[in-house]
Design a protein around this ligand. Sequence first.
Ligand code: SIN
Length: 337
Amino acid sequence: MSLITRTSLLKPLAQIAAATLLMSASLQALAAPVELKFSHVVAENTPKGQMALKFKSLVEERLPGEYVVSVYPNSQLFGDNNELSALLLDDVQFVAPSLSKFERYTKKLQLFDLPFLFEDMDAVNRFQQSESGQKLLRSMKRKGILGLGYLHNGMKQFSASTPLVLPEDAQGKKFRIMASDVLAAQFQAVDAIPVKKPFSEVFTLLQTRAIDGQENTWSNIYSKKFYEVQSHITESNHGLLDYMVVTSNSFWQALPSDKRDVIKASLDEAIAYGNDIAAAKVNKDRQAILDSKRSKLVALTAEQRQQWVAAMKPVWSKFEAKIGKDMIKAAEASNRQ
Ligand code: SIN
């Protein structure tokens, strides 16, 4: 074949290739970005609410036009009763339930509900970042749920329509709890009546006096206005309310690995940001509640608090077998470092 004939054949081929490239580039430009849904049950002005918004802004800044993150706060999309099943159905890609809400999928996380386990948030952090804590992120993998990281909210306080100073003050009173058997046992230990209800219903239950009290962090008591319908808050710091940010294993593995790395790095950064907010909110939201004068603070003496510890700590032994003695020891050890 002469050089002239070959050149005249190659030319149209090159034109076709260029046109194909151009077409696929414009198709890509036209393709809608992939939507990642992040659903949660709390208000936006909370550690979790702020973390989710930070995650959105980081992902969209780093993967522009490829991914968008839609954040649904306040149980708008899914609530406590269906967010994990929605995750497994791929109706939502990220949720961050409290560690007390995974009982249907693993008993191992019951650890975090044991009353008076952690002395402070530094101890919580040390444990979560330890080998034992990181192992728990994978405790639901066989059920299709993957833990991507822990997020703090803080220590829980009791609130009620009467002052709770000693354990007997809780006797016969109804307390809303998250869906956790450990939390149920904790209230039964002081002869109170635990009522498992979703977070979205707590305010109305308190307002209508269908229940007498509840337990929560300063941030949730403030952002959901529980302090407006509870006359007393006992500063008990008796338990932990933290979160695990989870996704479904199948969704996560199907992501292109380079995108997955960017999304994970963005989440890690958003979690660090949310943790800083959680630390700041303890004092800020506590003070805002006290300033409102809607609710009185019950400060416990060391002796009074010790009575709560003595009444509630026996709960540990009931759950020890399922949680694992070694896990409990590892968590306790984080208090002494
Ligand atoms: C949450 O912080 O996600 C809700 C906690 C609760 O249900 O009390």
